[in-house]
Design a binder for this molecule. Structure first.
Ligand code: IVH
Length: 707
């Protein structure tokens, strides 16, 4: 489909008069707004990225031709504007407050005590009209660890975005805020029962980076030799305060709304409950916390707290605790504030994700692109409930910049990624015996030269046949986000490479069970299973295949964009730089990595061999078709698989759920919608029973998704 074929868009073409241009611009904006909403909020696009780009570029061109027709809510504003000399300051009409903290349940009870006292619910002087204890209920949601912001909407159009600043006065960062993909530039009333939009609305929330996006960004920065961000919070705050909003536009920011400031001219009844505010904001097109909870008392809040804390790793963004708010807005007003914090809300913080420990050694590992990555070996220490004994130091320059020496006392942190990182050295505690680390000039695995290419920070082993690189490439091939091969673990890959059985991914498809059975920990059954699992990947989707190739800078997201845009491996391999760079979401850096990869003879040979052994990457994914044809929609539903599956592998089950819009997590909580339990299911099944989560057999699950 091409833009000109879209039925409700009049034919484009040159030579609009101003009325024609205005009409066309309005139509394009409306169309693009809707596509943005489907893509960024609903995660359910109707058109391909390429088709989107055609619409977007046409709008850009028209706006360039007719600058008077530019508008603040045009989707083209998302790409950023030329740098501002400085930010203007902006006074908040209602101050943006901070939150008091609690660290224990006892401190939460003390807070509740203060709430009760303020509302005259304790002691003798209870008056007729005073609320009763039952009226004090709570709404709890994650505390986003990002940068607070206020967005101002006049008649539904975003007119300003202001940082929190000192709470009274912030900085006007409107141009930057417009680049954040899930910030509505215009409020929507598209969902059924959405409330009419008020004349004036201040929306408050947090600008954050999803952990996966943060990690990917840091990986890209590391590869490109740019300094790394310490954590998603710093990265978000820094990105928001860029004077050049085109830079902000390249950062993977998201906005989560959690409250309102001024609300003027709202038709109908004013808001009365905190959860109603959240639901209304969601109805107007804002992303809000994907998990929040109403609680009749603190015990229920506590359950939610522990549930969230237990599944902390499953939360897609950094949350450093809960924010607990009194649900009734009338009571909130009555409670008021003390100094700079409201009495009606409190942050119940999670245990710290930072800890202090000693660097016992620094080790070098070799990755699949040959990168030599230094890791600090630590005196084991507990961080947020997990014992940490290793932390990444990223690359040679990071060691130098932070001046980390063996024997140093360091602060480490788990943030934005599961791999802990060294934040900084506690120099005051440096002992005289601390040793500087000498970065190796040779690959510790194969002894070849390790060089740092001009303009890069990464030191790489030059030998493409370095066994460490081969192992990493094979391991990556079978990893969850790539081909998802059950059983292709590190230990097995190590043996396959050390014994010279396999030297590249194509070799995996030549394996027969007899090659595998003699290996350690390989029985006949597991050998057969692995061969079967590999055979099943022959029809993996194109995006998985691309991810598995391990092209630098091409992770799951870029791979999906490429697959969606081109639709076949051949077309991607043929694409020239210009075509690639024109794709929304693909920058020159990524384009150049793709071109380089496919221009290398050994990579082309590898692909030929893979195809010859029967791999045929599928596009579009079967599940997507099934989803459309059977009309099954699992969006918003969370599944946990436990026990043995008979019909499906775990990987297939997960892909099926995801392709139909659902999510799969590993632990059961009150947020879980279905537990699919097979034979041998144990504690997860029990937990589901305890929480009253629906439990299905595999066959019932298959029936549910129309299989
Ligand atoms: S409600 C303070 N809800 O925490 C007035 N704040 O430490 C009530 N924050 O600057 C704020 N997640 O930016 C609220 N779910 C959430 C939040 C949240 C993060 C931030 C907020 C504030 C800071 C206070």
């Amino acid at each position: 489909m091409n833009a000109a074929d879209t039925p409700d868009i009049p034919d484009s073409g040159d030579g609009f008069d101003s009325v024609g241009a205005e009409r066309r611009i309005t139509v394009l904006r409306e169309e693009i707004h809707q596509h943005n909403h489907r893509y960024y909020i609903l995660d359910d696009p109707l058109i391909s990225d390429a088709e989107y780009d055609i619409l977007f570029r046409e709008l850009q061109q028209l706006e360039e031709e007719w600058p008077d027709l530019r508008a603040p809510d045009s989707p083209t504003m998302r790409v950023g504007a030329p740098p501002a000399p400085e930010f203007e300051s902006h006074r908040h009409e209602f101050p943006m407050l901070s939150l008091a903290n609690a660290f224990t349940f006892e401190e939460m009870q003390e807070w509740q005590g203060r709430v009760y006292r303020q509302l005259n619910l304790v002691g003798e002087s209870v008056e007729e009209n005073d609320p009763s204890l039952e009226d004090v209920t709570y709404m709890a949601e994650p505390k986003f660890d990002g940068a607070a912001i206020e967005l101002i909407y006049e008649n539904g159009i975003l007119t300003a975005g202001v940082t929190r600043g000192d709470g009274e006065t912030g900085e006007n960062v409107t141009a930057n805020v417009r680049t954040i993909r899930n910030v509505p530039l215009r409020l929507s009333t598209a969902v059924p029962d959405a409330r009419a939009i008020p004349d004036l609305l201040d929306v408050r929330g947090e600008v954050i980076m999803l952990r996966s996006e943060f990690a990917a960004m840091n990986r890209r920065r590391s590869e490109a030799g740019e300094p790394l961000f310490a954590n998603p919070r710093n990265a978000s705050a820094g990105s928001l305060r860029q004077l050049d909003s085109r830079v902000t536009a390249t950062r993977p920011l998201s906005f989560f709304a959690y409250g309102v400031g001024r609300v003027e001219g709202l038709e109908g009844d004013p808001f009365t409950r905190q959860s109603e505010v959240l639901e209304t904001l969601a109805g107007w097109g804002f992303q809000v916390a994907d998990r929040w909870q109403l609680a009749a008392d603190l015990n229920e809040v506590e359950q939610f707290y522990h549930g969230l804390l237990g599944g902390r790793e499953d939360i897609p963004y950094e949350a450093d605790g809960l924010v607990v708010k009194v649900e009734s807005l009338d009571l909130q007003i009555e409670l008021g504030q003390v100094s700079r914090s409201p009495r009606w809300a409190i942050a119940w913080k999670f245990p710290a994700q930072q800890a202090t420990t000693v660097v016992k050694d620094i080790e070098i590992s070799v990755g699949r692109t040959g990168a030599l990555t230094p890791t600090a070996v630590l005196e084991p220490v507990e961080v947020g409930g997990v014992i940490v004994s290793r932390a990444t130091l990223h690359n040679r320059e990071e060691i130098q910049r932070k001046d980390v020496r063996i024997g140093d006392t360091v602060i480490i942190q788990r943030a934005g990624d599961v791999i802990p990182a060294v934040v900084k050295v506690v120099t005051g505690k440096r002992r005289s015996g601390a040793r500087k680390f000498v970065f190796p000039a040779l690959c510790p695995e194969c002894g070849s030269d390790a060089v740092q290419p001009e303009g890069e920070v990464v030191v790489r082993c030059v030998n493409l046949s370095c066994p460490a690189q081969i192992k990493e490439r094979l391991f990556h091939w079978g990893s969850r986000e790539a081909m998802d091969v059950d059983g292709l673990g590190e230990k097995l890959v190590e043996q396959l490479v050390d014994r010279g059985i396999v030297t590249d991914p194509a070799g995996l498809y030549e394996l027969i069970a007899d090659d595998l059975s003699p290996l350690d920990r390989m029985a006949e059954k597991s050998a057969n299973n692995l061969v079967d699992a590999l055979a099943q990947t022959k029809t993996a989707t194109l995006d998985r295949f691309l991810t598995a190739l391990g092209i630098r800078q091409v992770g799951t997201v870029v791979a999906r964009v490429l697959a969606r845009t081109f639709g076949s491996l051949e077309k991607i391999m043929e694409a020239d730089r210009e075509t690639l760079e024109e794709i929304h979401d693909i920058g020159p850096e990524v384009a150049s990595q793709v071109i380089t990869f496919f221009s290398m003879a050994e990579n082309r040979r590898l692909i030929d061999r893979l195809l010859a052994s029967g791999l045929s990457p599928q596009w579009p994914p079967e599940g997507e078709l099934a989803g459309v044809s059977t009309g099954v929609d699992l969006s918003g539903l969370i599944f946990v698989f436990t026990g043995e599956l008979v019909e499906l592998t775990r990987g297939e089950a997960k892909r099926l759920v995801e392709s139909l819009g659902g999510r799969v997590t590993s632990s059961v909580s009150s947020r879980t919608d279905y537990v699919i339990a097979g034979p041998g299911a144990g504690s997860k099944r029990a937990k589901a029973e305890e929480l009253g989560v629906e439990i299905l057999e595999e066959t019932a699950f298959l029936a549910m998704i129309g299989r």
